[in-house]
Design a protein around this ligand. Structure first.
Ligand SMILES: C[S@@+](CC[C@H](N)C(=O)[O-])C[C@H]1O[C@@H](n2cnc3c(N)ncnc32)[C@H](O)[C@@H]1O
Length: 250
């Protein structure tokens, strides 16, 4: 049984009655936004606009400021523990309001951080984070994008590419677009870490906002585009619901 099965949904509602009203509110809002947009990126940009207007930290998935700080630190500690150096150049896909980005920016040499996002609204919030945490002098790049082809970025230019909690909101064709192009902008010896919502059962999505994939689907997709990919077991020990895959150039 999957989350999209009506029987599962009824059982879930009985167990969590307080979530029924918020869910239907979200369903109504998302249906309205889907009707007004023609493709996934436009739809999700509209979702982010609506969520960011309420609370940018909640828009990137944090229920409280303490969680926002903790989730950023978890991402930062993991990458530094895996060899991120201050002289590295880093591309962050779906940087949001710099929950982790503010720590990367602080750590990297000036100009070493490139953040991309489909949401202009969350990038404005990211500028606020830069000012708030005294990071102006680090001159990070923050750029809105419509796709993940990286057309405006030079070949072999990033040591580390990072996408946390982005593919958990992406249909497979968006992930495939990224895999088809990311190798070009990675430096030899570099790596690309991304998280995803893992299912061991049937792959499914909820409200076109949350997408659940089997690990093999993403490993096979990476291989199709000539990328080496492996499941990161040590990430599983951390208190986080998503799993992580690392891509390298073969
Ligand atoms: C859950 S938030 C996580 C933000 C940040 N990575 C973090 O951990 O705080 C997901 C972010 O990815 C962005 N996003 C979603 N799909 C994207 C895509 N296809 N390309 C670039 N950004 C995307 C959203 O606008 C949002 O800012």
């Amino acid at each position: 049984m999957t989350r999209t099965d009506p029987i599962h949904q009824i059982r879930y509602a009985v167990r969590h009655p307080n979530r029924i009203v918020p869910h239907f509110r979200r369903l109504a809002r998302d249906t309205w936004l889907r009707l007004r947009t023609t493709d996934h990126v436009s739809y999700y940009r509209a979702v982010m606009k609506s969520d960011t207007a309420r609370n940018p930290e909640a828009a990137v998935g944090s229920k409280s400021h303490d969680r926002w700080l903790a989730l950023g630190k978890m991402q930062f500690d993991y990458l530094v523990g895996h060899g991120l150096r201050p002289d590295h150049r880093m591309l962050e896909i779906g940087c949001g309001n710099l929950r982790a980005g503010r720590l990367f920016i602080d750590y990297l040499d000036a100009g070493g951080y490139y953040g991309l996002d489909i949401s202009p609204d969350i990038l404005i919030a990211a500028q606020h984070t830069l000012a708030q945490y005294g990071l102006r002098d680090k001159l990070p790049h923050l750029t809105p994008v419509r796709d993940l082809k990286f057309e405006f970025l030079p070949d072999a230019s990033f040591d580390v590419v990072h996408a946390h909690s982005v593919f958990s909101h992406s249909p497979l064709h968006v992930i495939e677009e990224c895999f088809a192009h990311v190798g070009r902008v990675m430096r030899p010896g570099g790596w690309f870490d991304f998280t995803f919502d893992r299912t061991e059962g049937r792959e499914h999505q909820v409200l076109r906002e949350d997408f659940y994939y089997r690990t093999e689907t993403l490993l096979d997709l990476a291989a199709k585009h000539g990328l080496a990919a492996r499941f990161m077991e040590d990430w599983e020990k951390l208190p986080h619901k998503q799993s992580k895959i690392r891509i390298t150039l073969p």
